[in-house]
Design a protein around this ligand. Structure first.
Ligand code: UDP
Ligand code: MG
Length: 312
């Protein structure tokens, strides 16, 4: 708790090139702050993830004017998840709200999350009951398979917009892994998870800063860190193709030995060979994804470097 008897609620916002959105975002955040003024002391913690536009200057100027706004600048762009991790490391308060700064996560849901916290919930997540994005099919496919195979699963359709009690933040700070799937780790570090429903709108300004490649990379990280299925699939594929190959071999020899015919087939041979070859490469690729991530863990590089925090 702060000096005031009200709980301190700090909103952690990773930002990368959001210069145009920040004024609109702050207007909406301030409206939420006003709504909660008798219930919580609300403040903002922006993590500028190496923006190359005017984001840094805008936030620095705000941080010198406002006591309720802190800014941490990262040395360069480390990615969305690393920026959130930095936000959690620098968080001060009783309640932490994590949300994107592009207004796809509606700030207006924070009072409802806060009410749930007051009732004793330690982890409250925004579940997207609708999403108006072009990547919907991609997300649905991911969630379908992830929820089938992962050991620890967050509620379906939870991104990173959530409220965490400081005890949960403390737990997440204790993690040392480098390849992180944030929603999965929130689920891992939480007991019960209370979902609140939100509508997710399309990004108004520009295109996704994370991008398709970033999303695919995150999906692979999610599978690798929360499920052994991909690597098991390699063994299953290997076993299946070996069985098919051996059976075909027996059939070919038997036909040759016990009949007057021989199985003709350059085409069939090539098909089997190329399918087998493709499968081997696929398996090598899957193993490669694991090795790349193990290599990251072994290197043990810090997830981010932050500059000295801007203070008033
Ligand atoms: N972001 C960041 N670093 C990055 C990419 C994005 O801090 O390298 C921020 C971005 O400014 C936004 C949030 O993370 O506040 C989510 O990014 P984006 O909207 O691009 O992700 P999407 O909604 O497409 O998943
Ligand atoms: Mg977004």
């Amino acid at each position: 708790m702060t000096n005031s008897s009200l709980p301190a609620l700090q909103i952690v916002l990773p930002v990368f090139n959001e210069e145009e959105t920040i004024p609109k975002l702050l207007l909406r955040l301030d409206a939420v702050k006003e709504k909660l003024k008798d219930a919580a002391v609300v403040s903002y913690l922006f993590v500028n993830d190496g923006s190359s536009d005017g984001t840094r200057a805008t936030l620095e100027s705000l941080a010198t004017k406002r006591t309720d706004l802190r800014l941490v600048n990262l040395l360069h762009n480390f990615g969305h998840t690393a920026a959130i991790v930095c936000g959690l490391d620098h968080f001060q308060g009783d309640i932490c709200v994590v949300m994107d700064a592009d207004l796809q996560d509606p700030p207006e849901v924070i009072p409802e999350m806060f009410e749930a916290w007051k009732r004793g919930e330690k982890t409250v997540v925004a579940e997207r009951k609708s999403r108006r994005e072009k990547t919907q099919l991609m997300f649905k496919t991911f969630y379908f398979f992830f929820h089938k195979f992962a050991r620890t699963v967050p509620p379906i359709s939870f991104g990173t917009h959530c409220l965490l009690d400081k005890t949960i933040v403390q737990r997440l700070r204790g993690l040392s892994e480098k390849n992180r799937y944030f929603p999965g780790l929130v689920a891992y570090g939480s007991g019960s998870i209370f979902p609140v429903q939100v509508d997710r709108h399309e990004r108004k300004d520009g295109s996704s800063r994370v991008g398709y490649f970033g999303l695919v990379n995150l999906a692979v990280t999610a599978f690798i860190s929360f499920s052994s299925t991909p690597i098991r699939l390699v063994s299953i594929l290997g076993l299946t193709s070996a069985t098919v190959g051996m059976t075909a071999g027996f059939v070919i020899v038997a036909v040759k030995l016990f009949t007057t015919q021989a199985i003709p087939g350059w085409a069939s041979m090539m098909t089997v060979l190329s399918v087998g070859f493709g499968m081997q490469l696929l398996c090598l690729g899957i193993i490669g994804e694991y090795i790349a991530r193990i290599y990251d863990e072994v290197k043990n590089r810090p997830l981010y470097y932050a500059e000295k925090e801007s203070t008033r």
